[in-house]
Design a protein around this ligand. Structure first.
Ligand code: PA5
Length: 444
């Protein structure tokens, strides 16, 4: 269960303002629930946790089992933005930090990601790895025409076709049900396909096959993830001032609109949650950053970044608040030993768990940052597992929809993403862009 603690905002906000913003968030929840708001043809994500059929999970498991039968030990997941961040977040959060380096038999293939950049070095180095291994690929693109994944797929597809007699069985596509280049190619080549539902946008798609298939292939418990998400589907749709998504959305809008806090920093104290920050930044940044409005989403990993960003957060310009993702218990145990010399002067910690130090660092940082004028929202879960991660996905998606409606923004479009693409196509001299190519070259 995801819980929201707003105690770290109390010194900064007035009760009357809190009441006003909870009311605004409840009104925004009504808009989301009734499907009467802007972008209402993209709210299919709300009921994915309760609406995902067992047959879809079984289909994903059939791909996993088929590839296991072929001895596949490397799966390249190709996609960008909403077509990879959710899966990467889940896999990084649930994997052993050193899975790649550990010896011994692996229970699942290694999952690596491609098509999320245009770096030639990255792709060449990826192909060094792919060439050494027994590989298969999942290519994910709702539109089927996004440049970054299309380039990576062309390279990996060529390798798979040259290397394996069963090439078409080693490529799975996740794309639109009916249209697009990837759908057409999949039909021609007989690739196994999964559908990105029409009513779910990329950044809300982690609990569609876009996230489910890579998570299943990586060996994680998707049923537990959906169960955690189901719990939050229920909690976040209730018209109540206790609704955690309403409370979070209300407070972040209050901090933005009344106190002028224009930056929200998502904080985690476990390096496995780095990609939760990346997923969350896309979710909120692409949903809210429009019409010259929106809170700029940033993320840090503490205590690591206390030694880089800590100074600014403590004493720099007072433009930010923090949202701390707090995990109550850890999985493993490391106890600090005693040292007769005590040169590092750590004997006062002898017998303590490292996580106790982490918890005290978190508490100390929270108090220091509040003293420094940085309001704190705490989002907490019991432990870092598939169940709670599913809950966090559904919670943040609900909170994002509510929050953007409070701000008066359509949470489900991303018109600004096209600007760089138009310039890139003009500069690459894509057919059909002749006039733009001429115009852009005159600017250079
Ligand atoms: O949230 C979004 O809609 C975007 O980030 C898209 O997911 C991203 O641009 C990838 O698009 P596509 O899946 O069409 O390749």
């Amino acid at each position: 269960m995801v819980k929201v603690n707003l105690g770290g905002c109390v010194p900064f906000v007035k009760d009357a303002d809190s009441e006003v913003y909870v009311k605004k968030a409840l009104d925004a929840l009504d808009v989301l629930e009734s499907g009467s708001g802007a972008g209402n043809d993209f709210i299919g994500w709300k009921h994915l946790p309760s609406g995902t059929p067992e047959s879809l999970i079984a289909e994903c498991e059939a791909v996993r089992d088929c590839w296991a039968g072929k001895g596949v030990d490397l799966v390249v997941v190709i996609g960008i933005g909403g077509s990879y961040l959710g899966a990467r977040c889940a896999i990084e959060a649930l994997s052993h930090s050193f899975a790649k380096q550990l010896s011994g038999k692996k229970d699942a293939p290694e999952v690596v990601f491609a098509g999320n950049n245009l770096s030639e070095d990255y792709l060449a180095e990826l192909m060094d790895l792919v060439s050494e291994r027994n590989a298969a690929t999942v290519v994910i693109s709702k539109s089927g025409t996004t440049t970054e994944p299309a380039v990576a797929f062309r390279v990996i597809k060529e390798h798979i076709e040259k290397t394996y007699a069963d090439a078409s069985e080693r490529i799975v596509a996740i794309t639109d049900a009916r249209k697009g280049a990837l759908k057409t190619l999949s039909t021609q080549e007989g690739y196994k396909t999964f559908v990105v539902p029409d009513n779910v946008g990329g950044r809300y798609s982690v609990l569609t096959p876009v996230g489910i298939l890579p998570i299943v292939l990586a060996g994680f418990d998707i049923r537990a993830m959906l169960a955690g998400a189901r719990e939050m589907e229920k909690a976040c749709s209730e018209r109540s001032a206790d609704n955690p998504a309403v409370r979070y959305a209300a407070m972040r809008n209050l901090l933005y609109s009344i106190l002028g806090k224009k930056v929200e920093i998502l904080v985690a104290y476990n390096p496995k949650l780095q990609y939760l920050g990346e997923w969350w930044k896309q979710l909120f940044g692409e949903s809210e950053g429009k019409e010259l409005k929106g809170i700029f989403p940033a993320s840090v990993n503490f205590t690591t970044d206390l030694h880089s960003m800590g100074q600014f957060i403590q004493e720099g310009e007072r433009i930010m608040f923090e949202t701390v993702v707090s995990v109550a218990s850890c999985d493993r145990s490391v106890v600090i030993g005693s040292d007769p010399q005590n040169l590092d002067q750590l004997n006062y910690l002898a017998g303590q768990h490292v996580e106790h130090c982490n918890a005290m660092a978190q508490l100390g940082t929270t108090l220091a940052h509040i003293d420094g004028g940085v309001p704190q929202i705490e989002i907490s879960v019991e432990k870092l597992d598939a169940y709670n991660l599913g809950g966090l996905f559904q919670f943040f998606e609900y909170a994002c929809g509510i929050s953007a409606y409070v701000l008066g923004i359509n949470p489900f479009n991303q018109p600004g993403v096209e600007a760089y693409k138009k310039n890139m196509f003009a500069l690459l001299e894509k057919p059909g862009y002749e006039e733009q190519t001429k115009a852009i070259k005159e600017r250079l």
